[in-house]
Design a binder for this molecule. Structure first.
Ligand code: ZN
Length: 78
């Protein structure tokens, strides 16, 4: 798709790192599937991915975890 940020580049399938912070929690998700702009490096995540990331971060937050590090490739979504 065409990049919405620079309106110039095309996005390509890639992987990215998402870092979320909330309260005392720092959650880092690696190898998250993303569409990345070839031109400006803007990253786009689909809604499903974003929701899952948020859900996992909320669960960690509820457990009182201070630092969560997850590798998307090693997660099992059953
Ligand atoms: Zn762009």
């Amino acid at each position: 798709m065409r990049c919405a940020m620079c309106r110039n580049g095309e996005t390509r399938e890639g992987k990215s790192v998402i870092t979320l912070t909330g309260g005392t929690l720092v959650a880092v998700f690696r190898n998250v599937p993303a569409k990345i702009c070839h031109d400006c490096s803007e990253e786009y995540f689909d809604k499903e991915t974003t929701n899952m990331i948020l859900q996992m971060a909320i669960e960690s937050f509820k457990k009182g975890v201070a630092l969560e590090l997850k590798d998307w490739d090693k997660l099992s979504f059953s």
